[in-house]
Write a protein that binds this ligand. Structure first.
Ligand code: DC
Length: 222
């Protein structure tokens, strides 16, 4: 069986950074499942389709997405790295992600990322729904204020305009929607290692996760 390491958590908890570092360290493939929801939302926006319209499901099924080895992401052949990461795209992704039929349409596409020698999968329901059989599951959390500050720095560094109080409010609203939705809500898997990264540098989080991975029996391989 392909070893899968799942990393779930809210936006800004550091899961994307952790997932990238682990994938590089272990030589594993990487699934940024949030990007798949973001791409679907973007495809809907570009096609002028309302986020609650039935057509979003067809767009999800036929999504022309490409994840290049250099980390760039393409939608219908066009690089969308900038627009993909905006708060607006994130909020649209969160809305379509609350629809069970959209989640079902994206399920197999996510499963297909599990290839030898292994996968690090980052998202909201990687350990609970998409890869429940994964031998090592992590749930990374952090306070809304800390996550908003991290996001603020990231946006400013990338040349975007941002206001911290508005970001905190947006993050709270998105958390509320992601945690309370009826299908695949954001919750730690029963067997997940839960880490609050609010006061921890990424190196410490990574070291804790490596210990956990080894303790889960993956030490013979890595
Ligand atoms: O991780 P992110 O911020 O790129 O995710 C964008 C939105 O997509 C997020 O608000 C909720 C949704 N999402 C989801 O429902 N399930 C996932 N596995 C990943 C993301």
């Amino acid at each position: 069986m392909i070893p899968v390491i799942t990393i779930d958590g809210p936006s800004g908890s550091g899961k994307g950074t952790l997932a990238r570092r682990l994938a590089t360290r272990l030589g594993f493939h990487l699934l940024d499942s949030g990007a798949i929801y973001r791409l679907t939302a973007l495809a809907a926006a570009q096609a002028g389709v309302a986020l609650d319209a039935p057509e979003v499901v067809t767009l999800a099924q036929t999504l022309d997405a490409r994840f290049a080895p250099d980390g760039s992401i393409y939608l219908a052949g066009v690089c969308v790295d900038g627009v993909l990461r905006t708060e607006q795209t994130g909020a649209m992704a969160s809305q379509i992600a609350a629809r069970p039929e959209v989640r079902a349409a994206l399920f197999d596409r996510q499963k297909a990322f599990a290839r030898a020698p292994g996968l690090v999968a980052d998202g909201r329901d990687m350990g609970t729904v998409v890869f429940p059989e994964a031998p090592a599951k992590i749930f990374l959390d952090a306070s809304a204020e800390i996550r908003a500050e991290r996001r603020y720095k990231q946006l400013i560094e990338n040349g975007f305009y941002a206001k911290l109080p508005a970001l905190i409010a947006e993050i709270r609203e998105r958390d509320q929607r992601d945690r309370s939705r009826a299908v695949a809500p954001l919750v730690p898997a029963a067997d997940a290692l839960v880490i609050d990264s609010s006061a921890l540098p990424i190196e410490t989080v990574e070291a804790q996760v490596m210990d956990f991975i080894h303790a889960r029996g993956l030490n013979q391989v890595y």
